[in-house]
Design a protein around this ligand. Structure first.
Ligand code: HEM
Length: 392
């Protein structure tokens, strides 16, 4: 004991304390590095490449959310013979695909529709799209309200109604400015409004003025309304179709491989641009898109009202009757499609649509008749172009 005097003890305990502090500091720095700096760095690297993901709470990351989804999924019964196990075993994968693939698709289809409609002014077009989405969200909020169906409810000056009116005005103002600046640009030079959608509409309006001697039906308000229709009808629809297609190809990898083989055969490998002649050569992509549109009908119902008395077979449909077509239910009707109606089976379309079902009009994702979707060809070519790039 005489070797360890007070001084020695004090030096020893100071050293031990220093070691302890250093050890705690080391552990702390390690934890900060592992749980804060590294995840942030990894996220930044992925975000820079355009890959987004859910935000992760400190220390525990996404595990609690993964466990919660897993538990909720396992509590549900599975039907005998239902082999679609991805949603059951990997519910977080499905949730993330919907959230982030959906975001990506929304972005890319917004770019495409804005470019198609407004060509060089497409940045302003994207701003209009954002305003339109805000308007749709606000209107949906109002539709969910208890008294929304009461006539006149929408003009009561309540905060939500005022917000909707202001957003509507903002959309019309932005569109009006784009249209006016295009008109000013080519003043006096008819037929030179450009070869984007706005250009075609302006040329049509000018022709009308020339033919009708100054009477304009296709005036500023019509132009604004048509731009709104095209934006709303043409954006979310295609992005939803692409999101579902990606989901289905991610969980049915044999079809993903078949699609990729076809894409490589028709267009070649990465960086080979697609050209218009290639669209009609995609048999497998056609089958996959038809099956996706059948299973996940983007416009699930359709409403019509008769403008005159109609006799349909033995049925008399009086003028003014509201009709409701449950497109989704028709696409899921086993009497039309067979018992495998709820399964993803693109092969049912191998010999064309007519042979896939018992009724030639059973598949109608874009509707039929005089008001069928004018953007059908555009939407399908757009979807194929994007899928080609991803599959390549
Ligand atoms: C997967 C994508 C799409 C689907 C499933 C789809 C579906 C439909 C359906 C079912 C209708 C008829 C609605 C009704 O009769 O009440 C419709 C109408 C319309 N669609 Fe699409 N659409 C898609 C993409 C597009 C695109 C990309 C555009 C424009 C570029 C577009 C423009 C329109 C327009 C302007 C109408 C109204 C036609 C009229 O009333 O005369 N659609 N669409």
């Amino acid at each position: 004991m005489e070797y360890f005097g007070d001084r020695t003890w004090s030096t020893l305990s100071t050293s031990l304390l220093t070691l302890l502090v250093l050890w705690v500091a080391y552990i702390f720095v390690g934890m900060v590095e592992k749980f804060l700096i590294t995840p942030m760095r990894l996220k930044r690297i992925m975000n820079r490449q355009g890959v987004q993901g859910p935000s992760a709470p400190l220390f525990v990351g996404n595990m609690p959310e993964v466990i919660r989804l897993q538990k909720a999924s396992e509590e549900k019964d599975m039907k005998t013979g239902d082999y679609d196990i991805v949603a059951r075993i990997l519910p977080y994968h499905i949730q993330n695909c919907q959230a982030y693939v959906g975001d990506y698709m929304t972005n890319v289809t917004s770019d495409i529709i804005a470019k198609t409609a407004f060509g060089s002014s497409y940045k302003k077009g994207k701003k209009v799209l954002e305003q339109l989405f805000a308007l749709v969200n606000l209107t949906n909020q109002r539709n969910k309200q208890r008294f929304a169906t009461i006539p006149g409810y929408s003009i009561i000056p309540m905060p939500l109604n005022i917000k909707i009116i202001l957003t509507k005005l903002a959309v019309s103002k932005s569109l009006g400015e784009i249209i006016q600046s295009r008109k000013d640009m080519v003043k006096g030079d008819n037929n030179a409004y450009g070869n984007d959608l706005l250009g075609f509409m302006l040329n049509a309006a000018m022709e009308e003025i020339a033919i009708e001697g100054g009477k304009v039906h296709f005036g500023m308000q019509s132009l604004i309304d048509n731009c709104k229709t095209f934006f709303l009808a043409g954006q979310e629809t295609t992005s939803t179709l692409l999101t579902w297609t990606m989901m289905l190809l991610a969980s049915h990898t044999t079809w993903q491989e078949r699609a990729r083989e076809e894409v490589i055969e028709v267009c070649g490998h990465k960086d080979h641009p697609i050209d218009a002649n290639m669209f009609r050569k995609f048999k497998t992509l056609d089958m996959i898109l038809n099956e996706t549109l059948r299973l996940f009908s983007i416009v699930p119902v359709q409403n019509r009202q008769t403008l005159m008395d109609v006799h349909l077979g033995e049925l008399h449909i009086p003028k003014g009757l509201a009709l409701y077509f449950p497109r989704l239910a028709i696409h899921h009707d086993p009497t039309l499609w067979g018992e495998d109606v709820h399964e993803f089976k693109p092969e049912r379309f191998v010999d064309g649509i007519a042979k896939a079902t018992k009724h030639p009009l059973a598949l109608m994702p874009f509707s039929f008749g005089p008001r069928f979707c004018v953007g059908q060809g555009f939407a399908l070519d757009e979807a194929k172009s994007i899928l080609v790039v991803i599959l390549q």
